[in-house]
Design a protein around this ligand. Structure first.
Ligand code: PNW
Length: 472
């Protein structure tokens, strides 16, 4: 990728992001750490799930994964080489509280403390997610996990404890990653709409609850978020910032004219009713409650106040349009446009290509809810990566994907949408839940037999974009 000076320069207008924009990558604890039973860690529902034969496509587990628990120093160095200025990682709740509550495990906290020091020394800003799906198994056994309010309360206690211990160095906390995914896919079976049909994804704890119970789990998850926001404010140092990291269901206008844009905004608000909308508005929408009928969640006005605790920022994971829409004369004022059978998708089956989601998602978060700060907490794709004979991973599809999405994100910041940073998913290939090690999302390739890390072509692309603070 060197240039030869004999070439004549081609002037290209820069497409820059605002000054101070964070260029990050993201991971989560269970997907990379390994060391599943070391240093006093308790088992999580993901340990149990992955150890159950037949749950993971290739029979793999996160027992070792990227062995990041032992190799975090090498991995921070990789991030520095990527030119990243921020890193979003998650904290394993059962490392901190092996039983979910009561006695903390000092060794568990110490790992994250060392990681944070290493990041800061490398000039990388740490962003910590408190829940990326690895619930302590003890709470699943004792309370049926998120089926109980007790789990929401236990989550807040844990969140407050971590904020108290780490907020001297960690200034940004995300409460929960992807409410919709772990709730719906973990407790019901989540229907992911893909080009050419739907795909049912089942995650830990692998329950198939009926509608009413599912809605109650959804309610407990947003309640846990709100209680955690309050606990972090109570226990964290002044200036600690907090927000969710939700996978927004973004309705994208197929045609960008005012009536279709307004219709897509309405559809987006409704599609997020049980998660972002209730967190940001403090009420369930009438349409959500009406559609749920007898299956509506049980809640109090106090719950709604807690759920809507004021936030410092909104984090959104953006992968694809939930749906393309057009305005309609008929209720609810918009209609879904089905994905064409030939609609392009990435290597992972559910990822329909739709870069405009990266414009409309933050745009609607601002227009609907007036968010003061927004982070793109995840975006990326899997590729069928192989290390070529020359040692290079030629992931041209990922480069094209990232450029297309960041072009739309730059369009949003140029419009004045207050997006403060972007986290590419993922720093390196890792344990992709039920897909095992088959779906590689990293900027860095990992050979899971040898743990060798090899930066891909996309890593070079990311470094250049971060360096120029612009789409490249
Ligand atoms: C996210 N969908 O999951 C998670 O936060 C990550 O842990 C995961 O590795 C990453 O995205 C890639 O899958 C998603 O069906 C799972 O639309 C499914 C969907 C989106 C995100």
């Amino acid at each position: 990728m060197s240039t030869t000076s004999s070439h004549r320069a081609v002037p290209v207008a820069p497409r820059e992001f605002p000054t101070g924009f964070f260029w990050g990558t993201a991971t989560s604890a269970y997907q990379i750490e390994g060391a599943w039973d070391e240093d006093g860690k308790g088992p999580s529902i993901w340990d149990t799930f992955a150890h159950t034969p037949g749950k993971i496509r290739d029979g793999s587990t996160g027992d070792v994964a990227n062995d990041h628990y032992h190799r975090y120093q090498e991995d921070v160095k990789l991030m520095k080489d990527l030119g990243a200025t921020a890193y979003r990682f998650s904290i394993s709740w059962p490392r901190i509280f092996p039983q979910g509550t009561d006695t903390p495990n000092a060794k568990g906290l110490d790992f994250y403390s060392r990681l944070v020091d290493e990041l800061k020394a490398a000039g990388i800003e740490p962003f910590a997610t408190l829940y990326h799906w690895d619930l302590p198994q003890a709470l699943q056994d004792k309370h049926k996990g998120w089926q109980s309010r007790d789990t929401a309360k236990a989550f807040a206690d844990y969140a407050g404890y971590v904020a108290e211990k780490l907020s001297d160095r960690v200034k940004h906390f995300f409460t929960i990653n992807e409410f919709r995914t772990f709730v719906d896919a973990g407790h019901h079976g989540h229907e992911a709409h893909v080009a050419g049909g739907t795909l049912t994804i089942l995650l830990a704890p692998g329950l198939k609850l009926p509608g009413g119970e599912l809605n109650q789990v959804r309610h407990h998850a947003v309640l846990g978020h709100g209680l955690a926001v309050q606990a972090i404010r109570a226990k964290g140092k002044a200036g600690t910032k907090v927000g969710p990291a939700e996978v927004i269901e973004c309705a994208v206008p197929l045609i960008e004219s005012p009536e279709h844009i307004a219709a897509a905004q309405t559809a987006t608000r409704e599609a997020n009713a049980p998660f972002l909308t209730v967190m940001l508005e403090g009420k369930y929408t009438d349409a959500y409650l009406k559609a749920a009928g007898q299956d509506a969640p049980q809640f109090s006005d106090d719950d709604l106040k807690v759920i809507a605790s004021p936030l410092d920022f909104v984090g959104i994971n953006v992968y694809k349009p939930a749906v393309y829409v057009l305005a309609s004369e008929q209720a609810p004022g918009w209609r879904a446009v089905p994905f064409a059978k030939s609609h392009p998708k990435m290597f992972n089956a559910w990822l329909a290509l739709g870069p405009e989601a990266m414009y409309w998602a933050p745009k609607f978060v601002q227009s609907l809810w007036g968010a003061k700060e927004i982070f793109i907490t995840e975006n990326g794709c899997a590729s069928d990566d192989v290390v070529a004979d020359d040692g290079t991973v030629y992931d041209t599809d990922r480069v094209v994907f990232l450029r297309a999405y960041l072009t739309q994100l730059q369009r949003a910041t140029a419009d004045g949408v207050p997006v403060r940073g972007y986290f590419q998913w993922s720093t390196m290939d890792n344990f992709e839940w039920t897909a095992g090690f088959g779906n590689r999302f990293g900027l860095v390739h990992v050979d899971f037999k040898t743990q060798k890390r090899t930066p891909k072509m996309s890593a070079a692309w990311f470094r250049e974009a971060a360096k120029r603070n612009a789409v490249v």
